[in-house]
Design a binder for this molecule. Structure first.
Ligand code: ADP
Ligand code: ZN
Length: 218
């Protein structure tokens, strides 16, 4: 199964991608995670990307598209993959389509997480991430057993730089201006499916499982 998760920041794409990958043995490809890793390792791409990310702006297409196409070529994605946070512009969508056509791995479905502003703000301000393994928590929705400590690996939980109130506003604006028109783009390609990003993790998984069954993907 080859999927794209589309939706505003805070829609729960990363969390749900984790659940789906585990259940269906898919490869999780998140440009946000790849970029944060590059920043942490001080790679040339990371150094360039850092200032955009801190402001909540999009990192230039060449950088993210290069990272993703390299991963798609290098990793074993034959069992399927989930793209989370990519594409985010029409240009990225076109680069992706060309790369997947070349690999003969066209997309099966794009899931759009339709999410209210209230949910978005609550999710982003309460989000905490494990510094060691990247697992996502939320101070009230998905609290760790012990405050500030990752259930999975014991690592330290932290708040992302761009999850601060001022940056969140800009990220939502950037999404509305540069990414939300991909909903129409994929609707025209007849592969768009809408699901509510306001649902809880397990409820949403149940909805998606049903959608995949009806579409013959599982
Ligand atoms: P969220 O979906 O919660 O905004 P991500 O982890 O997907 O978080 O992205 C964090 C930041 O990384 C974005 O604000 C942006 O600066 C950068 N980024 C991630 N994916 C892309 C992309 N496809 N194109 C450009 N920038 C990206
Ligand atoms: Zn961890």
């Amino acid at each position: 199964m080859r999927l794209v998760l589309l939706g505003p920041p805070g829609a729960g794409k990363g969390t749900q991608a984790g659940v789906l990958c585990k259940n269906y043995s898919l490869m999780h490809l998140s440009t946000g995670d790849l970029l944060r890793e590059a920043v942490k390792n001080n790679t040339p791409e990371g150094v360039q990307a850092n200032s955009y990310m801190d402001k909540g702006e999009l990192v230039p297409d060449e950088i993210v598209a290069g990272m993703i196409t390299e991963k798609l070529k290098k990793e074993d994605v034959n069992a399927g993959f989930i793209l989370d946070g990519f594409p985010r512009t029409k240009n990225q969508a076109e680069i992706l389509e060309a790369a997947l056509n070349e690999l003969r791995l066209p997309l099966d479905m794009v899931v759009y997480f339709d999410t209210s502003e209230e949910t978005i703000l609550k999710r982003l301000t309460g989000r905490r991430i494990c510094r060691a393994c990247g697992k996502i928590f939320h101070i009230t929705n998905i609290p760790p057993k012990k405050e500030g400590v990752c259930d999975a690996c014991g690592g330290e939980l932290y708040q992302r730089n761009d999850d601060k109130e001022e940056t969140i506003k800009n990220r939502i604006e950037v999404y509305n201006k540069q990414t939300s028109n991909l909903i129409d783009y994929y609707q025209q390609k007849k592969i768009l499916n809408k699901a509510s990003g306001d649902l809880g993790v397990d409820e949403l998984f149940a909805v998606l499982k049903n959608t995949f069954e009806r579409s013959g993907l599982i």
